[in-house]
Design a protein around this ligand. Sequence first.
Ligand SMILES: *[C@@H]1O[C@H](CO)[C@@H](O)[C@H](O)[C@H]1NC(C)=O
Ligand SMILES: *[C@@H]1O[C@H](CO)[C@@H](O)[C@H](O)[C@H]1NC(C)=O
Ligand SMILES: *[C@@H]1O[C@H](CO)[C@@H](O)[C@H](O)[C@H]1NC(C)=O
Ligand SMILES: *[C@@H]1O[C@H](CO)[C@@H](O)[C@H](O)[C@H]1NC(C)=O
Ligand SMILES: *[C@@H]1O[C@H](CO)[C@@H](O)[C@H](O)[C@H]1NC(C)=O
Ligand SMILES: *[C@@H]1O[C@H](CO)[C@@H](O)[C@H](O)[C@H]1NC(C)=O
Ligand SMILES: *[C@@H]1O[C@H](CO)[C@@H](O)[C@H](O)[C@H]1NC(C)=O
Ligand SMILES: *[C@@H]1O[C@H](CO)[C@@H](O)[C@H](O)[C@H]1NC(C)=O
Ligand SMILES: *[C@@H]1O[C@H](CO)[C@@H](O)[C@H](O)[C@H]1NC(C)=O
Length: 818
Amino acid sequence: MAKMIANSLLLLLGALSFIARIQGQDQSGFISIDCGLPENSSYTEKNTGINYISDAKFIDSGVTKTVSAQDKATHQQYFSYLRSFPYGTRNCYRINVTSVTRYLIRASFLYGNYDGLNKLPQFDLYLGVHYWETVKFTNSSVSINYEIIHTLTLDYIHICMVNKGTGTPFISVIEMRILNNVNITYTTPDPSTSLARFRRYKDDPYDRIWEPYWDDEWTELSGRLSNDDFSQNDFKPPAVVLETAATPINPTASLDFHWEDDGDADNNETHHQYFFYLHFLELQKLPANQTRSFKITINGISGDNVELIYADVITRHRLRPPYGLKKNRISLFRSESDSLPPIINALEIYLAKDFSSQIDTQKDDADAITNIKRAYRVDSRNWQGDPCAPEAYKWQGVECSPFDGFLRITSLNLSSSGLTERIAADISKLAMLKSLDLSDNGLSGIIPSFLEQLQSLEYLNLANNNLTGSVSNELLQKQSDGVLSLRDIAASIDCSSNYNLLPKKEAICFDKILGRGGFGTVYHGFIEDIQVAVKMLSLSSVQGYQQFVAEVKLLMRVHHRNLTSLIGYCNEETNIGLIYEYMANGNLDEHLSGKTNRGKPLNWEDRLRIALDAAQGLEYLHNGCKPPIIHRDVKCTNILLNENFHAKLSDFGLSKCFAAEGDTHVSTIVAGTPGYLDPEYTTSNRLTEKSDVYSFGVVFLRIITGQSVIIGREDMTHHISQRVKSMLAEGDITKVVDSRLQGNFDSNTAWRAVEIAMAAVCAISVERPYMSDIVKELKECLAAELARKHNSCVLQNKDLSEQVSVNLISTDMTPLAR
Ligand SMILES: *[C@@H]1O[C@H](CO)[C@@H](O)[C@H](O)[C@H]1NC(C)=O
Ligand SMILES: *[C@@H]1O[C@H](CO)[C@@H](O)[C@H](O)[C@H]1NC(C)=O
Ligand SMILES: *[C@@H]1O[C@H](CO)[C@@H](O)[C@H](O)[C@H]1NC(C)=O
Ligand SMILES: *[C@@H]1O[C@H](CO)[C@@H](O)[C@H](O)[C@H]1NC(C)=O
Ligand SMILES: *[C@@H]1O[C@H](CO)[C@@H](O)[C@H](O)[C@H]1NC(C)=O
Ligand SMILES: *[C@@H]1O[C@H](CO)[C@@H](O)[C@H](O)[C@H]1NC(C)=O
Ligand SMILES: *[C@@H]1O[C@H](CO)[C@@H](O)[C@H](O)[C@H]1NC(C)=O
Ligand SMILES: *[C@@H]1O[C@H](CO)[C@@H](O)[C@H](O)[C@H]1NC(C)=O
Ligand SMILES: *[C@@H]1O[C@H](CO)[C@@H](O)[C@H](O)[C@H]1NC(C)=O
């Protein structure tokens, strides 16, 4: 292809040869990069006066090489160095530019046997996401270059070399020049088409390269010109280019030139669109009775007349439509017989490239992912150039979809990527992100709240990192609304360095004991600035270890606002423990029994809300997890209260998963706490979700009455459910409700609450309601109580009574979260 063009291509400028010197050229708007030049170096090219700089700050890949000594001696200085790309398919420069500006961009290549292989490579050149050209060489010592005029829309541009398996890509020089008057010069009908330089000459304010061209049918006209001798137009062909012109030897003949398009060899038609810019300047002062006027025809199709006036540059542009012929001819015909023969001073031909089929990544997304790349120094991957496009070279671990004319990043998978330090804040700027997988890395620090800003997030996996802190309520809310799936969030914390992780050593050395749980003692501590509760396994506890493992496994996968979050765990020889978020107001039992000095007794609204919170946590285990989970140890000491007396269910050491979805029960040894234990389960060993309902009923009775579950002997006649039953027989609700409330409650909601609780403790399990029924009832009770308290119906009953949606995601054997 290149050869054919070299032989048949045009352009004229009389006998003028290469004009090298451009003294005092205004270089503003010029970017001149000598690829491979050592970092921070620069020089002024002696022929052109143009300053070339190193490419080091524009690229983070590739290796620097030099051409052979012979080629070095016979070429311009900027061809001495080059940058070669032995690794990766696509390697890109990223160059800051002025956005919405038309640039002339030139990429130059000299192989010069830099690798000693004497084998000419072939590879593809891309401008941003657009295929630009296939770089092909004919001779090791002959440089080639490609030019394109393109309006850059972003404030940076990628120039990429793509390895096609036919030799290692490299590049020698990148030059960019701003073309002013973007509206007038080199406009193409469709802004998405770009002009690729097909042939060019040299020396002008735009640093176009003009080449001499000659034809045996022509003769030369010339005159010395300076830039002040004629009136210039917006295309600014320089004087040195205009001062010679070609005219036919035979004055009556047409002035012709032709070339063959490099299209498909077997086809007489080509699909390229060409733009021609013909520059004319009358060099002679014509006598009054003489004119020079002629008609321009392209492939036989004639256009308007051109009449030249002395010292006035005229530029005509013409278009050859796509689906043109392979052999092309431009002819200038004298328009009148008494006219002087046609002349032409210079010609530019451009091939239009259609870039409309490929769109870029949206700027904010591209900036954010570029910052993420920098933050994590991701360089082992193919993270070069545009993150999303073209599809074949998009960044590994990134998925994108088109929105509003741009590609947006919808998925980021940096699983097992050796990431360390904190979760990069730029992740939250990927506004369309649906899926984020950061599992199996060494990420540390707290789980950041900025993840909440990701409105479209549907999947989040932070498993197997060194993260601390709990998942925020906002994310948990999304999860319980069924719009987000949280995977495996909990961290293995290095307990041998307990004292580093828990810097307030005194506190964790256990001066403040929060309680004694199923298998150990719970302490108050700190990780960084977060207050935590640390449950350490007592070494004597044999069963404790199994419970520990069960609880870790469960809490890794199960996340809900009303279940305590696991911040981390440690599992080493002498240090085995669970680290939870700290719940400032301890457990519910302390408040009901009056064992705590933490202020006033719980009011009726608090009690209803606590019951609802716990019921929601439990309902989630039953319905939101798949297969369902039975808590098995629902009791007041396992309901924890935060600073606002909102509740979470804790202690999952005894919890059991159904083996499979659809199972109705688990057969197991009876375990639980006397008084809260379902009597039917005690006798049958068949554990069902209704066993938790029973326990919840007992909790709720205790919330309502403030009384102990069992008084004195452990038999059913002394059980709270029997006592409430006999009190109810008297028909006076005020006797049932905790006297510490001093009657400050609504008897309607109190009746309703007692009914719910009594239904839950029904001896026959099938007659007990489901937790979902209880949640619904409790929401209504709480709404009614709030309405009473605020003495109006302002409260949006609707919000509170909204059903929690159930969305099961996986058929995994392990319980998952909705
Ligand atoms: C280039 O300059 C920067 C900034 O002055 C400096 O940090 C860097 O070390 C320099 N690089 C070399 C190779 O001299
Ligand atoms: C390009 O621009 C970005 C931000 O606008 C800046 O961070 C970066 O350093 C610039 N790069 C170069 C090579 O000047
Ligand atoms: C390559 O170009 C050089 C210089 O133009 C010339 O001397 C040489 O013969 C050419 N080699 C081939 C194989 O064409
Ligand atoms: C090009 O046109 C746009 C809108 O038509 C205008 O805002 C801009 O100033 C023009 N640029 C030049 C260089 O004339
Ligand atoms: C191309 O044109 C030549 C001469 O005009 C003709 O002989 C040939 O059949 C054409 N080929 C095709 C594929 O149309
Ligand atoms: C134009 O005028 C000059 C004299 O002024 C004369 O010599 C010449 O022949 C004329 N040319 C034509 C084409 O009439
Ligand atoms: C992330 O990539 C890993 C493999 O590198 C794969 O196992 C995992 O399923 C991917 N995550 C998602 C959400 O696709
Ligand atoms: C967590 O941090 C500890 C030391 O702080 C380190 O030994 C361990 O490898 C880290 N874990 C991961 C998964 O990076
Ligand atoms: C339990 O969930 C409810 C919303 O359903 C919420 O208002 C409450 O704050 C949660 N409890 C805690 C401790 O976050």
